[in-house]
Design a binder for this molecule. Structure first.
Ligand SMILES: *Cc1c(COP(=O)(O)O)cnc(C)c1O
Length: 412
């Protein structure tokens, strides 16, 4: 390696692949002056973007129904309400997950029950048997950073107990497991098109399911309780009217998301190619294991996790990698749900709405760091190396060489 520092490559996935294709579809919406999904100037031809995004997502995932909404968080709230969750119900969800994985459950009045992750950094399937109670209604898995959850094990364990399986695919559109897209394994799946995701339109989300009742309920929940003729052409409505929110996607957002969806396989192939270059160099280094990937053929490949046997090596390794201009991340301390303020207070926006209001002591067991020894241990042991759309083969080789060099210094 030369002595001069290589400049940091710019991280990011779909956001950095925005180009002509997105421009053309957005301009099409603007030139037609039709930014609203359900109607525009010509009543005989409704605007196409959201409807096309839904059809292409549905085909891509390999599932019957897809409904675009305003964000991944909205999709989660809609999905939980669509499967009928409410006060008194429990949902098992990893302690290691994004904010809305917890808050969406609280927002529908149900109680998140936190579980451990395993060496895949995803939901540990054996946690279902440990945590299930007569009140459990669903398990919610997060496909964390492009690596699929072991869905065959999850679906088997959950369905044996009569539980819904919710798949949070927000971080991992484009990931497969055993030859099938994630999102096609459970009862309902959600996606996000927020800026940091594999495909983006700034803000956006989507609910996917093969269940007609869940689809109808999701439509009503996302559109003020309405069920418009467009959806009646897809699934005949059977549900009585009930109150919904307003989480519709606009044609402008859908135009960008659609162009991005059409690039997702190209982005994944790029990441996988660079990831394998890095892995060739860093696999087998003494004292460093890799995140366990249950199906490496389905991995999106946008983040490599080095798992250190010796915890004391993590901080100096991280610091030295950073000093070499290698983009890398270690746990910030705020990521597990039990470390976040809304769990520490146990509050909802009104005291009566908190699913924790009947606990005598708070935080109760199951909501404290000491209750999650494996999650605590695993998430302090890693350094994550992102790979982005703008990274080159030279960047990948530099990352690999830098890890090997610092390994000699820190672990040698
Ligand atoms: C980003 C994300 C969400 C929420 O998506 P938004 O579009 O940001 O609301 C939900 N779950 C996970 C795992 C996420 O990473």
């Amino acid at each position: 390696m030369s002595d001069s520092l290589r400049p940091r490559p710019v991280p990011g996935l779909g956001s950095n692949a925005i180009g002509k294709e997105e421009e053309e579809l957005v301009l099409d919406v603007l030139r037609r002056k039709e930014p609203f999904r359900y109607y525009g100037l010509d009543p005989k031809s409704p605007p196409p973007m959201v409807a096309t995004l839904e059809r292409e997502m549905q085909a891509y995932i390999g599932i019957e129904y897809a409904l675009a909404v305003s964000s991944g968080t909205a999709a989660l709230e809609v999905a939980y309400a669509a499967i009928g969750l409410g006060p008194g119900d429990e949902v098992i969800v990893p302690a290691w997950s994004w904010v809305s994985c917890f808050t969406a459950i609280v927002r529908v009045g149900a109680r998140p029950v936190l579980c451990e992750i395993d060496d895949t950094l995803n939901f540990d399937p054996s946690e279902i048997d440990r945590l299930v109670t007569p009140r459990t209604k669903a398990v919610s898995v997060i496909h964390y950073q492009g690596v699929a959850v072991e869905m065959d094990k999850i679906v088997l364990a959950a369905h044996r107990k009569g539980l819904f399986v919710v798949e949070d695919c927000a971080q991992s559109l484009g990931t497969t497991y055993r030859g099938r897209q994630i999102g096609s394994w459970g009862d309902v799946a959600i996606y996000s098109f927020q800026y940091n995701k594999t495909a983006t339109c700034g803000e956006g989300g989507l609910v996917a399911t093969r269940d007609q009742r869940i689809y109808e309920r999701a439509v009503r929940l996302s559109d003020l309780g309405n069920y418009r003729p467009y959806h009646a052409g897809i699934v005949t409505p059977k549900e009585p009217a009930f109150v919904g929110g307003q989480y519709r996607m606009s044609e402008l957002a859908a135009a960008v998301a659609l162009a991005q969806l059409r690039k997702i396989n190209m982005i994944r192939e790029h990441c996988r190619k660079l990831q394998s270059r890095v892995l060739q160099k860093v696999t087998g280094l003494k004292g460093i294991n890799l995140r366990r990937v249950p199906d490496s053929t389905g991995d999106f490949g946008f983040e490599i996790y080095l798992m250190f046997e010796n915890l004391e090596q993590v901080a100096p390794f991280h610091e030295k990698l950073n000093a070499l201009n290698v983009n890398c991340g270690a746990r910030t301390g705020t990521y597990p749900q039990y470390n976040r303020d809304y769990v520490k207070t146990g509050l909802a926006h009104h005291p009566a709405l908190s699913p924790f209001k009947d606990f005598k002591e708070w935080p109760a067991p199951g909501y404290r760091a000491q209750d999650f020894p494996r999650t605590e241990d695993l998430t302090k042991r890693y350094i994550a190396l992102p790979i982005g759309w703008l990274y080159t083969e030279e960047d990948a080789d530099y990352i690999g060489d830098s890890v090997v060099k610092i390994h000699r210094e820190v672990c040698g």
